[in-house]
Ligand binder design. Structure first.
Ligand SMILES: [Zn+2]
Length: 171
């Protein structure tokens, strides 16, 4: 009897899971979420696009790309990252180094916390804010770092939100 119940639960589970998986797959095809060329998270900011990338030593760097994802040297951009770690909120300043913006501090210990990126494209421009969860592990689906995952459903929702709010950023 217990076995039967288990099988029923399993079947119901699969029925719910399969359509969800297909839906996610379809979505990936219509609206390819651009992957950061260095394996980081490509932000949907006004071009040049910024890629958030966590180095092995947990410093963060931002590289910039044009619409065709060709690297462009950082110029006037200013960025601040706020890591909302369990141990407390940390404000991370950046400096320009070799065409990128590099953090002056490392990300706090642990993961599964929220990261806020405040990005200003030009001096005097209003800053664009991006929020996402920082996860250290590698995603089983796309084999990218979890924070840079391009197959997660939540990522698409975030992307859509960005498009609605985006001013003059039409595709
Ligand atoms: Zn993934």
């Amino acid at each position: 009897m217990k076995q039967t119940i288990k099988s029923i639960i399993l079947v119901i589970g699969l029925c719910c899971w399969i359509p969800a998986a297909y839906a996610a797959d379809d979505h990936d095809h219509d609206h390819a979420h651009a992957a950061g060329p260095r394996g980081g998270k490509l932000l949907e900011n006004s071009p040049p696009h910024a890629e958030f990338f966590v180095e092995k030593d947990r410093t963060v760097s931002f590289a910039f790309y044009d619409e065709k994802l060709k690297p462009v040297a950082a110029s006037e951009q200013q960025v601040t990252v706020i890591a909302e770690a369990k141990s407390g909120r940390v404000r991370i300043p950046f400096e320009k180094r070799k065409g990128k913006l590099v953090s002056k501090k490392k990300l706090p210990e642990g993961d599964g916390y929220r990261v806020v990126v405040l990005l200003r494209g030009k001096q005097g421009a209003k800053s664009e804010n991006f929020r996402f969860e920082f996860h250290d592990e590698v995603c089983g689906g796309c084999k990218r770092a979890e924070y840079a995952c391009i197959c997660e459903e939540g990522e698409h929702e975030h992307g859509k939100e960005g498009h609605k709010k985006g001013d003059g950023h039409d595709h």
